[in-house]
Design a protein. Structure first.
Length: 297
């Protein structure tokens, strides 16, 4: 099979139609250039270039072969450039898990920054609850997780990414919908849509401790995992809920949002999680260039 160096010699002669100029362009002398062309012709079994004492011309076979020779050399050069970009993290894929709530809180900002700073890194997104993300990280199926604390899996590292307050979501015709602010005590004896103690443990434990601290005893009418499901149930009049403030951007019909006094002292937190031994260079670039800790607090 012919080598790339012989193709480069052929292209130079074909474009210059002069062995002297082609040799000068390739920084070599004419005899080895001529040998390269002869060896290429021998390997292909056809004459590519007609030589005479007065002129150099392409044969019909040489003219037909020139576009393919250019394409092969260009592909090889492009492949070499591409493969060199992978270890630097400029090119590659990062598999990212995220919770439903993070889709509105942090994903738009993350995706925009990634497009601007790492346009050739592909982000594969998978919506998963926190527990499933941690398992996928440990198994090497995810590179990065956007999760709720706590995370206590050996080998999985975390740091804070985003904090926001909880707000009350009420049916528009609820007796408390007209109030400007609510208190935690207002949830006492009220029908409340609660987070699942398994798949949304972080929110479940946070709210239980918050209600317990003031002696409130809501009536939990449903346990769900996703915030958007919770808002659907609020809209249906099933009860009240406490949701991250970013959920207000969903603008659901028939649902009003109200600040809750004192709960500002207990903001909900979102972390990023990753395996400390993950060798993916694109992940390192994403964390350094798109998710630097100084810009996500």
């Amino acid at each position: 099979m012919f080598s790339l160096s012989r193709l480069a010699c052929f292209i130079a002669v074909a474009e210059e139609l002069h062995f002297g100029r082609a040799a000068e362009r390739l920084h070599m002398t004419q005899p080895p250039l001529s040998r390269q062309i002869q060896q290429l012709e021998h390997e292909l079994g056809v004459q590519l270039i007609e030589r005479s004492s007065r002129a150099v011309a392409l044969t019909a076979a040489g003219a037909a072969f020139l576009p393919d020779a250019r394409r092969i050399v260009a592909l090889a050069e492009g492949a070499a450039m591409t493969v060199r970009r992978v270890p630097a993290g400029d090119l590659g894929t990062v598999n990212i898990g995220f919770t439903g709530a993070s889709a509105r809180a942090v994903l738009p900002r993350l995706l925009q920054a990634a497009r601007e700073k790492l346009p050739d890194v592909r982000l594969e997104l998978r919506e998963m609850v926190t527990a499933a993300q941690i398992e996928a990280l440990a198994a090497g199926e995810l590179d990065l997780g956007i999760v709720r604390p706590p995370v206590s899996r050996p080998g999985v590292l975390t740091r804070a990414l985003h904090r926001e307050n909880l707000v009350a979501a009420l049916p528009a015709d609820h007796e408390l919908a007209g109030a400007e602010h609510l208190r935690i005590e207002d949830f006492d004896d009220q029908p409340v849509i609660m987070y699942s103690p398994v798949d949304a443990r972080y929110f479940n434990e946070l709210l239980i401790s918050t209600f317990t601290a003031v002696g409130a005893s809501p009536k939990y009418v449903q346990y769900v995992t996703q915030v958007h499901t919770m808002l659907v149930l609020v809209h249906s009049g099933l009860g009240m809920a406490l949701v991250p403030e970013s959920a207000t951007t969903m603008h659901p019909d028939g649902v009003v949002f109200r600040e809750v006094d004192a709960i500002r002292d207990r903001p909900v937190q979102m972390n990023i999680a990753w395996r400390g031994d993950n060798p993916n260079p694109a992940l390192a670039r994403l964390m350094n260039d798109v998710l630097p800790e100084r810009e996500w607090r």
